[in-house]
Design a binder for this molecule. Structure first.
Ligand SMILES: Nc1nc2c(c(=O)[nH]1)N[C@H]1C(S)=C(S)[C@@H](COP(=O)(O)OP(=O)(O)OC[C@H]3O[C@@H](n4cnc5c(=O)[nH]c(N)nc54)[C@H](O)[C@@H]3O)O[C@H]1N2
Ligand SMILES: Nc1nc2c(c(=O)[nH]1)N[C@H]1C(S)=C(S)[C@@H](COP(=O)(O)OP(=O)(O)OC[C@H]3O[C@@H](n4cnc5c(=O)[nH]c(N)nc54)[C@H](O)[C@@H]3O)O[C@H]1N2
Ligand code: SF4
Ligand SMILES: [Mo]
Length: 681
């Protein structure tokens, strides 16, 4: 029996793995406060991939001329990879090798991957899929609070709130066990509000469903602030003592009178007023955003608008109140703290800060000057591949970019232009299938490592079974490459040793893990960062006394509505949005291979009015066309979606043929959640 956590989302539900003969059974942990004995279907079936015949168990090298794969030994594969990386570096310079990581990787792996890029390869070209996930909320959090931690409070605090506003979050499908905390709040009399263009399972359980036009959450927040201010609901004392910059925000909101907001968002004035009144009804209001609000080219500004509203109401730092971002991937939080992001070093240090470089270089035993500078954000990095002066190789760990990146046709072109694509994965993902070398790695139950969940709680996944023959861990893979390249520093393959090094590298940084050790995590059900030393209790709740800016104040940042980059028009008259369903995870690389999970393929959700207009019936194939591509998939005619909007899940190849690659200027987040489309039969 081994206590561990689910391999998928940021809830990191506690589970116990029990060996029963040849099978590995899943039990939910009652004692873990996030899920309290509950799991979603994906969690219950997570061990299904272990026995799958699709599991990769030998390194493979592809001959580009014949497209044939040859099985090779690990030593041969690593010799090929390291040899070619060295040649590319010698011929084209260090930045000609690029690295792409993932928010599902453990802290140890994310840390080591950043170090592999900066020390062994000497490249500045590293980024990861978290750029497509929480980067807008991260950017907004850093600007407003001086720190980026998804939730500044434990999830169970939700139970004590009086009003919970979920903006673009469908937790009933994306984090089902979290719903119990909402339900308990409602049993206490709390009001739950869901802002979503679709009446989702989450909205079904709410007291109020606000159904805006996709891409209009920003003017909605401005309109609410306008009404709150007009009603005298601004917490003037809080604004004066704990924040700066309100005046500009107040004047921006002044221009968003309710009728104007109604015209842009489609939300009736009466409902706007009702919601504004609700927000002023109690000091215990929680506002939480997720990808629906964040995955836009103005995602950072949108999050800032909701943070501004929260600050004006005096919420952040108050008990059972505040603003939070619901992170997404298993290690969406930790994955962005320890150095796989283009501009970061471990401990959430910035790579262009001389003191940060000196500290981390000291831990790594290298010269600070030898560390490269800031690289490109994920999509920009992908677009630079194989271009003049751009990277010639890409090493991918923990992402299936061929499916999950926006505008995949362009991504496929860039990947094809590389001299070398290396993918480490558990299965032959769509991205691995394009690689020159595929390296089979261990999966969660077969290895140990820490993750940081959506609450900022650092938890420990523990190895429950021995890996199949032929696979190695990502840490072994990285050590194998680093050693072959003759890299400086040390390259441990023992997760606890790597974590202890990470602790030292993070010490004194914003995400300080120095006081968090494996033994302590086991004893305490996880430890919340910052935790600067072994005697420190960890920090479940942030901002009670002060914010993380030098003056201790939170900053209002004035933002205004610009709208989606691609508005609807005569040719492309409907809004296309994308997202998730309960039974599948992300690009589907893992969950589509688990036979107990329904694998429906992509579908197009549309309203009966739109269906009537285009002449489609439920189940009929329809075509969704955008300026980038077409997807043909069965129609799902539902009354729960806005008549001007269609929804396509992205767990299968297809949705991202359609999506826009417009990026948020401050976070690099693509506009996954809205573009203009045409639907035909
Ligand atoms: N089942 C399942 N669970 C998951 C995952 C998964 O793939 N599958 N992935 C995990 C990860 S990495 C993440 S990031 C999270 C994501 O968790 P969520 O953010 O909850 O998931 P999404 O379905 O991407 O988007 C949420 C909602 O945003 C709505 N939406 C679309 N456009 C807009 C808009 O303009 N404004 C507003 N307000 N809403 C809009 C969609 O209709 C959708 O219901 O889920 C995690 N959990
Ligand atoms: N249209 C649209 N596109 C989206 C989104 C959307 O809402 N709409 N959401 C975006 C978001 S929020 C996210 S987070 C991304 C996610 O999209 P991806 O980055 O593609 O995420 P996954 O499908 O989880 O891919 C992880 C890959 O790594 C492998 N893997 C798992 N664990 C490990 C490990 O420990 N080591 C290694 N080496 N490999 C491992 C898995 O088998 C899988 O192939 O998609 C983004 N794309
Ligand atoms: S909610 Fe997330 S962590 Fe929990 S069982 Fe489901 S996928 Fe796993
Ligand atoms: Mo995500």
């Amino acid at each position: 029996m081994t206590d561990t956590h689910c391999p998928y989302c940021s809830l990191q539900c506690g589970m116990t793995l029990v060996r029963e003969g040849r099978t590995l059974a899943v039990q939910a942990r009652e004692d873990f406060p996030v899920n309290e004995g509950a799991l979603c279907r994906k969690g219950w079936t997570a061990t299904g991939l272990r026995s799958s015949r699709e599991r990769l168990t030998t390194p493979l090298v592809r001959d580009r001329a014949t497209d044939a794969w040859t099985a090779v030994s690990w030593d041969e594969a690593l010799d090929v990879v390291a040899g070619r990386l060295a040649v590319i570096r010698d011929e084209h310079g260090a930045d000609a090798n690029a690295v792409f990581g993932g928010g599902g990787l453990t802290n140890e792996k994310a840390y080591q991957l950043g170090k592999l890029a900066r020390v062994a390869l000497g490249t500045r070209m590293i980024d990861y899929n978290g750029r497509w996930c929480m980067s807008s909320a991260a950017s907004a959090g850093n600007q407003a609070f001086g720190v980026d931690r998804g939730l500044p409070f434990p999830l169970a605090d939700v139970e004590q709130a009086d009003v919970v506003v979920l903006v673009g979050s469908n937790i009933a499908e994306t984090m089902p066990p979290a719903v119990r905390h909402l339900d308990r709040a409602r049993e206490r009399g709390a009001h739950v509000v869901v802002v979503d263009p679709r009446r989702t399972l989450t909205a079904d359980r709410a007291d109020m469903h606000v159904q805006p036009v996709p891409g209009t959450d920003l003017p909605l927040a401005l309109g609410l602030l306008h009404l709150v201010d007009a009603a005298g609901g601004v917490d003037e004392k809080y604004v004066a003592t704990r924040t700066s910059g309100f005046d500009d925000v107040r004047s921006a909101a002044a221009a968003w009178w309710p009728e104007r907001v109604e015209r842009v968002t489609g939300i009736a004035v009466a409902q706007l007023r009702e919601l504004a009144t609700l927000l002023m009804s109690s000091p215990r209001v929680m506002v939480m955003t997720a990808r629906g609000a964040e995955q836009h080219a103005d995602g950072t500004a949108t999050v800032l608008a909701w943070v501004n509203l929260s600050l004006a109401l005096g919420l952040p730092g108050r008990p059972f109140a505040g603003y939070g971002c619901l992170t997404g991937q298993g290690n969406g939080q930790g994955g962005r703290e320890h150095g796989q992001k283009a501009d970061q070093l471990p401990g959430y240090r910035m790579i262009d800060d001389p003191a940060a470089r000196a500290h981390v270089a000291g831990v790594w035993g290298v010269e600070a000057d030898s560390l490269p500078g800031k690289g490109l954000s994920a999509y920009e990095l992908l677009m630079s591949l194989g271009t003049d002066g751009g990277p010639r190789s890409l090493l991918v760990l923990g992402s299936n970019i061929a499916v999950s990146a926006p505008h995949t046709a362009r991504v496929a072109e860039r990947l094809a232009a590389l001299d070398l694509l290396v993918v480490a994965d558990i299965v032959m993902s769509e991205t691995a299938a394009l690689a020159d070398v595929v390296l089979p790695v261990t999966q969660w139950a077969e290895e140990t490592g820490t993750m940081t969940n959506l609450e900022g709680r650092v938890i420990l996944r523990q190895q429950a079974v021995t890996p199949p023959d032929g696979v190695r861990s990502d840490l072994e893979l990285m050590a194998g490459i680093a050693e072959r390249l003759g890299a400086a520093s040390t390259w441990s393959t023992d997760p606890e040793e790597v974590f202890d090094e990470l602790r030292r590298a993070s010490a004194g940084g914003r995400a300080d893990y120095a006081g968090i050790g494996y033994a302590r995590i086991r004893a305490e059900d996880g430890v919340f960062w910052p935790c600067p030393d072994a005697d420190h209790p960890g920090t479940p709740r942030l901002f009670e006394e002060s914010f993380f800016h030098a003056d201790g104040l939170a900053r209002f940042v004035a933002v205004d509505h610009t709208g989606p980059v691609e508005p609807v028009d005569g040719e492309f008259p409907v809004h296309l949005t994308t997202g998730r369903v309960l039974a599948q995870y992300q690009s589907g690389a893992q969950t589509r291979r688990i036979k107990d999970l329904p694998d429906t393929g992509p579908f197009v959700e549309l309203h009966p009015f739109l269906a009537l207009r285009v002449g489609a019936h439920d189940g009929d194939p329809v075509s969704v066309r955008t300026r980038r591509g077409v997807l043909r998939a069965p129609a799902r005619v539902v009354e729960t979606i806005r008549p001007d909007t269609v929804f396509v899940p992205f767990h299968w190849v297809g949705a991202n043929r359609l999506t826009s690659d417009a990026l948020d200027p401050s976070s690099g987040m693509p506009e996954f959640k809205v573009c203009a489309a045409e639907v035909t039969t």
